[in-house]
Design a binder for this molecule. Structure first.
Ligand code: SAM
Length: 117
């Protein structure tokens, strides 16, 4: 799927089916983040934040990175609506640029299949 598809579908991305799949993933990841209160997490290819915005209580900070501005707009609206103080978004494609970023934990969910190399 090309990235511009995500630009077009951002406002329709959070279907009940995707929300349920995200819950399955979140339930698996949460136990792995025990004792991570002092850690920073990058969610690469975060989309609308279905996964990482459900983990914000477990880590110190979350950076949602995505190459689709529209997906990040949806994520930003959720961050604001839910009052999540420790989450930020970054529009970036690491296959095109290499920003100076460090994190303790990198999470990717349903992303690598969209990256050719
Ligand atoms: C199927 S969605 C998964 C979203 C989220 N991780 C989840 O599990 O709900 C894939 C996401 O990867 C992003 N993406 C695709 N190629 C990317 C790239 N090269 N760099 C960053 N994000 C990318 C898309 O914009 C899209 O938001």
């Amino acid at each position: 799927m090309e990235n511009n598809v995500f630009e077009q579908m951002a406002n329709r991305y959070d279907t009940e089916e995707r929300i349920q799949l995200a819950k399955v993933i979140v339930d698996e990841v949460r136990p792995e983040l025990r004792n991570s209160q002092s850690k920073s997490l990058i969610d690469y290819g975060s989309g609308t934040g279905l996964i990482s915005l459900e983990l914000s209580d477990l880590v110190q900070s979350i950076l949602l990175v995505d190459s689709s501005k529209q997906m990040l707009e949806v994520a930003k609206a959720k961050i604001s609506r839910k009052g999540i103080a420790n989450a930020k978004v970054l529009h970036s494609d690491f296959t095109e640029e290499t920003p100076e970023l460090k994190a303790d934990i990198v999470l990717m969910s349903l992303v690598l299949l969209h990256i050719p190399d």
